[in-house]
Ligand binder design. Structure first.
Ligand SMILES: C[S@@+](CC[C@H](N)C(=O)[O-])C[C@H]1O[C@@H](n2cnc3c(N)ncnc32)[C@H](O)[C@@H]1O
Length: 275
C-alpha cells in the first residue's frame, strides 16, 4: 500500500509549525496536526510527493516561493459572512458615523478581509448613510481570496445577512451561468481597494486610518504575535481611532494602548500619539 499518505511526524509538524508562524503569524498547536495533513494533502498529490518531510523540503526551498504561498493559503481559514456580528454595524451607523470628523476622507481598513464580505458590508452601510468622502482599504495575506473579493460575486445562499433594501440597492442577480449568484454593483466595488497584504509585514506605507476592522484573525495568533501586531495597528490609527475585533477576541492582557467602548469595540488612547 505505497499510495497511503502517512501523517507528518511530530518533528516534521514542528518544522511546518515554525514556517507557518514565521510567514503568517498563524500558530498551529500539535493537536492541529490533522488539519495540516488534510489541507496540504492535495498539494503533495499535485507535486507527486509521498511524504510531508519531502513537501517541507520543497516549500522551504527558495526556488518554490509559489508553492509556499499555495501551502500558506490552504492553512488560512477564510470563513466570513455579510454583516457578521451585526452589533458592530449598528454601532457604526448609530454612534460612530454621526460624530466622526468630516474634514478629511474617512479611511477604513478591513485588515483580514478574506473574500470581501466584511468590506462590502461596510461599503453598503457608508453608501447608504454617510454623505462625506470615504475610502475602504481591504487586505488579506491570501491572494486567492483577494482575487475573489475583487470580483464581488457571491452564492445567493451566502448573502442572507444583506437586508432586502441593500440587496435591491447594491447587488444584482446573476443570470445564465451566474444563476444562483449575485454580484455587488460596480459603483460599490469601485469604492473598495482590495490588495494582498501580510499583517506580519511593515504597515508604514499604509497611512493612517480612522477605523480598523481586525476581526477573527488574532484568534489564530499567539499572545506575543498579537501584541506585536496591535502595536503596529496602533501606529496606523488616527488619534482616538476605532478598532473592531470579534466578540471572541479581547485585548485584555495583550495591550493597554486601547480602551473599550463596547464589547469588542475599542478606541486608541490619545496619548499614544504624543510620542
Ligand atoms: C476567519 S477570516 C476573517 C474574515 C473577516 N475579517 C471576518 O471577521 O469575517 C481570517 C482571515 O485572516 C487572514 N489572515 C491570516 N493571517 C493573516 C496575515 N498574517 N495577514 C493578513 N491576513 C491574514 C486569512 O487569510 C483569513 O482570510
Amino acid at each position: 500500500m505505497d499510495d497511503v499518505l502517512l501523517p507528518p511526524s511530530d518533528e516534521t509538524f514542528i518544522l511546518f509549525q515554525a514556517l507557518i508562524q514565521s510567514q503568517t503569524g498563524i500558530f498551529l498547536p500539535l493537536h492541529k496536526k490533522s488539519l495540516l495533513q488534510n489541507r496540504l494533502a492535495k498539494r503533495l498529490l499535485a507535486r507527486g510527493l509521498s511524504s510531508f518531510d519531502d513537501y517541507y523540503q520543497m516549500v522551504s526551498s527558495r526556488l518554490e516561493k509559489r508553492e509556499l504561498q499555495q501551502a500558506l493559503e490552504l492553512i488560512t481559514t477564510n470563513e466570513t459572512y455579510f454583516f457578521r456580528e451585526p452589533a458592530h454595524f449598528e454601532y457604526l451607523k448609530q454612534s460612530l458615523l454621526p460624530g466622526v470628523p468630516t474634514g478629511r476622507p474617512l479611511r477604513i481598513w478591513s485588515a483580514a478581509a478574506s473574500t470581501g464580505e466584511e468590506a462590502y458590508s461596510i461599503a453598503m452601510l457608508l453608501a447608504s448613510c454617510f454623505y462625506h468622502p470615504w475610502e475602504i482599504f481591504a487586505s488579506d495575506v491570501n491572494e486567492t481570496v483577494i482575487q475573489q473579493a475583487k470580483k464581488g460575486i457571491y452564492l445567493n445562499q451566502r448573502t442572507s445577512g444583506i437586508s432586502a433594501e441593500f440587496l435591491e440597492k447594491y447587488c444584482r442577480k446573476g443570470v445564465a451561468e451566474f444563476e444562483g449568484f449575485l454580484r455587488i454593483i460596480p459603483e460599490l466595488r469601485g469604492r473598495v481597494n482590495f490588495e494582498s497584504f501580510n499583517l506580519m509585514g511593515s504597515v508604514s506605507s499604509l497611512g493612517k486610518f480612522n477605523i480598523i476592522f481586525l476581526r477573527n484573525v488574532m484568534i489564530y495568533f499567539d499572545k506575543d504575535t498579537q501584541r506585536k501586531l496591535l502595536r503596529k495597528i496602533a501606529k496606523c490609527l488616527e488619534p482616538n481611532g476605532w478598532l473592531f475585533v470579534s466578540h471572541s477576541e479581547s485585548l485584555h492582557g495583550v495591550t493597554d494602548d486601547f480602551y473599550l467602548v463596547r464589547p469588542s469595540i475599542y478606541r486608541l488612547k490619545a496619548y499614544q500619539h504624543e510620542h
